[in-house]
Design a protein around this ligand. Structure first.
Ligand SMILES: Cc1ncc(COP(=O)(O)O)c(C=O)c1O
Length: 439
């Protein structure tokens, strides 16, 4: 077992360029070869089990090796693996689009295979819509400070995380940056709301001044995940919805990370009871099983592309657009939500989990915050987050700090037994690291 473990690590370092990684940092110790999965746990090549506290980069919803989803993918695999979606269609893509329409109140669904592509498509549709309408000056986008929308050129142009975008500044499109509505420190709901209202007023001034050149505002509703699980008050979204409508700016909600129950609601926009004009989905869309993304648009936008003229047509495509296997995984995921009444049971589960996880506040951590199935806190500066990650792994917990921010976003199917294990393990990590118990 040990021999296979080392061989996979060695060969991976020889042949694989790993994502979001400084390759020079890898050694045989910190690259972990995974053999299989079981619910919220990953099993390494040496047989050790690790709790997947971040749902494998926020994709997995109902556990690894879920028999319900697996069965549906296999059933589709026995029929056909792929159908091109230009000039042809198939039942899984039709069923999925109908279900997404009911869930989101949006009209038509354009498919791709990853979140960044869903964002590219949203930006292109928004830009092209205004061009079709004769608004040729609406060529830019507004985005929030600390936003993250992906790594491709367009998506990176609306991302404000320096480590990802700095090197490519010369390639990126210029857009409008609005103040972040999430405070640096969390105190109470009142302060959260006041902060959101204050940054909304600053954003309003920028949008009112420049709306003639802005096609859309792209936003991660309620939680900016990649920049450190920054949470903001729903009032910001509510006000932004009204303002965008007034100023003829598309509201593009990027629910790639927060959709499908992560914030305690099916979609994070529900916290503010709003509908975006364009919605980007991926990650949990397929339960984390197969690469799938969707960009949904309202009827008004879709209708603007129905003109017979070719330059008014949206000619975007990807080879695997609407892949039937991925659509079957997504359909199984949506059926799982319904059959197991996942959302109905979630609130109670979150409260119970939080009653255990919040005990970590006994240690000298800062900015503890819980929203839905997301928990975050900041490790004091004098401790190394890298070491926290390594010690956590020694305790069988897989996590990925963002700067000094430690977060958990486990699969929705995680059990209370798993959470008790997590909290016990993190306590051990604190003690090993020298984080003091202050209560
Ligand atoms: C909010 C948000 N948008 C877009 C993306 C990009 O998705 P992908 O990594 O699938 O390209 C991510 C990825 O983490 C994300 O969190």
């Amino acid at each position: 077992m040990k021999k296979k473990f080392s061989m996979i690590v060695k060969e991976s370092l020889e042949h694989v360029w790993h994502p979001c990684s400084r390759m020079a940092d890898y050694s045989e110790l910190n690259l972990l070869p995974i053999k299989s999965g079981d619910k919220s746990w990953l099993i390494a090549e040496d047989g050790k089990k690790y709790f997947d506290s971040i749902s494998s980069w926020w994709v997995n919803l109902f556990g690894h090796n879920n028999p319900f989803i697996k069965k549906r993918i296999i059933a589709q695999l026995n029929k056909i693996e792929h159908v091109m979606l230009s000039g042809m269609t198939h039942e899984p893509v039709v069923d999925l689009s109908r279900k997404l329409k009911i869930l989101t109140n949006l009209d038509h669904c354009f498919y791709s295979s990853d979140g960044s592509s869903a964002v590219e498509i949203a930006l292109k549709i928004s830009f092209h819509y205004w061009k079709n309408k004769g608004f040729n000056k609406k060529t830019k986008f507004a985005m929030l400070s600390d936003s993250y929308h992906g790594e491709t050129i367009g998506a990176l142009s609306v991302t404000d995380v320096d480590i990802f975008s700095n090197n490519y500044k010369g390639l990126l499109l210029k857009n409008f940056l609005l103040p972040n509505p999430s405070p640096k420190e969390y105190s109470n709901e009142k302060a959260l709301k006041a902060y959101a209202l204050e940054s909304f007023e600053k954003a309003r001034a920028i949008l009112e001044k420049n709306h003639n050149s802005i096609a859309g505002l792209i936003i991660e509703p309620i939680v900016q995940c990649a920049s450190g699980m920054n949470c903001y008050h729903p009032v910001y979204l509510k006000k932004m919805r009204q303002l965008c409508k007034k100023l003829n700016i598309h509201l593009i909600a990027d629910e790639i990370a927060v959709g499908f129950g992560r914030t305690g609601k099916m979609f994070a926009c529900e916290h503010a009871s709003i509908n975006p004009d364009i919605l980007c989905l991926s990650k949990g869309l397929s339960g984390g099983y197969l690469p799938l993304a969707a960009t949904l648009v309202c009827k008004k936008i879709y209708n603007e592309f129905l003109d017979a003229k070719i330059d008014k047509t949206f000619l975007h495509s990807h080879s695997f657009t609407g892949n039937p296997l991925a659509c079957s995984a997504a359909l199984a995921t949506l059926d799982f939500f319904e059959d197991k009444q996942v959302m109905e049971a979630l609130d109670k589960k979150i409260t119970k989990f939080d009653s255990f996880i919040s005990k970590l506040n006994e240690f000298e951590i800062n900015n503890y915050k819980n929203i839905g199935m997301i928990w975050r806190f900041d490790l004091p500066e004098r401790f190394s987050a890298k070491q926290f990650e390594q010690f956590s792994r020694d305790e069988k917990i897989l996590l990925r700090p963002i700067g000094q921010t430690i977060y958990f976003m486990p699969p929705l199917s995680t059990t209370i037994k798993d959470i008790k294990f997590l909290v016990k393990a993190i306590r051990k990590v604190f003690i090993k690291l020298g984080v003091e118990c202050v209560k």
